[in-house]
Write a protein that binds this ligand. Structure first.
Ligand code: R1P
Ligand code: URA
Length: 314
């Protein structure tokens, strides 16, 4: 039987070859410019747009970790980029951002390309939202506990965080790139519009903390969508990772290693009209948005991009 590899350093675990524990990569495997998505299928579709190995003379790096993180690194229009699928939710975003930060030198420019629910009539399924900031809505499990350790936390079933900003310049580049990519399609397909500048909410669940009703559980979330509008009337989108990305970008405090982050989400669920996007619209929209994300990503100014060497590039 194959022995599991020895891991060193319980504080920030890595294997013998220096790969971080959950995403399974090491320095040289990830580019400074990254597109992150939830699902592997979307990541692989975007990866088809990378320059081919024949064109570049460099292999495209690909690794799926035991924990399901997928990293694909290559070049797009000659610029090194990575496409990373991370799964769902704030904890996965935390694994991705921290372990990626530990595996790349210099500035990180990260664009999240996700899907979301819409809380605005201006953003039906097929629209794309480019938020300028985001906050988190967390289920307050103390509200549901018989004996909370802190009784003062017992009165609210859901807690709202403050706002965290996206990188302004990156958001502007992304928005413009999306506008010009989608404009030719908007009249004939159910795609668009692009909405830039509202707020994104990350729920800690797809269900209770996004105001979905589930008869099998005690959730006390009947007023949650109204509370969102009261607390943050500019909210356009609700999903599960983008605000966490903005939050962690703010908390990356080494000035020589900043994280610049922006996000765009295709609207899958209209939470006001209770409708969902069709697969046909996704198949038109997703490749266009994916390409626009790559085109935006390579325009971002990066002061200290890693030299193109290391395991991926040899
Ligand atoms: C839920 O269906 C998932 O879809 C959204 C949410 O944030 C959550 O991860 O994004 P992705 O399509 O990128 O996964
Ligand atoms: N992703 C979410 O998290 N929520 C939605 O409603 C749709 C996609």
């Amino acid at each position: 039987k194959k022995m599991k590899e020895q891991i060193s350093n319980a504080n920030f675990p890595r294997d013998k070859e220096d790969r971080v524990y959950h995403i399974g990569v090491r320095v040289g495997d990830i580019a400074n410019r990254i597109i992150t998505v939830g699902d592997h299928v979307r990541a692989r579709k975007i990866a088809k747009l990378l320059d081919s190995e024949e064109e570049t003379g460099h292999p495209i790096f690909e690794r799926t970790s035991q924990r399901g993180f997928l990293t694909i690194t290559g070049r797009y229009k000659d610029v090194p980029v990575s496409i990373m699928a991370i799964g769902m939710g704030n904890p996965m975003m935390d694994f991705f951002v921290r372990e990626t930060r530990a595996s790349v030198e210099g500035t990180l420019a990260i664009i999240r390309f996700g899907s979301c629910g819409s809380l605005s009539q201006l953003a039906p399924p097929g629209a794309v939202i480019v938020p300028s900031a985001g906050y988190c809505i967390r289920r307050n499990i103390d509200y549901f506990a018989e004996k909370p350790i802190y009784p003062e936390l017992k009165d609210k079933p859901y807690l709202f965080s403050g706002n965290f900003k996206a990188d302004e310049k990156m958001t502007d580049i992304l928005s413009k790139t999306l506008e010009s990519a989608l404009a030719p399609l908007e009249s004939e397909n159910d795609v668009g519009p692009i909405l830039t500048g509202g707020l994104n909410a990350d729920g800690c669940s797809f269900y209770s903390s996004q105001g979905r009703f589930d008869p099998d559980f005690w959730d006390d979330n009947e007023n949650l969508l109204k509370e969102i509008v009261t607390n943050y009337p500019d909210t356009l989108s609700i999903e599960m990772e983008t605000s966490m990305l903005f939050h962690l970008a703010r908390c990356a405090h080494d000035p020589s290693k900043p994280i610049k982050a922006a996000g765009c989400m295709q609207v899958f669920a209209d939470r006001l009209a209770n409708t969902f996007i069709s697969p046909e619209v996704v198949s038109v929209l997703e490749p266009i948005v994916g390409k626009a994300c790559l085109d935006a990503l390579i325009q971002v100014e990066i002061e200290n991009e890693m030299p193109i060497e290391g395991s991926v590039w040899e």
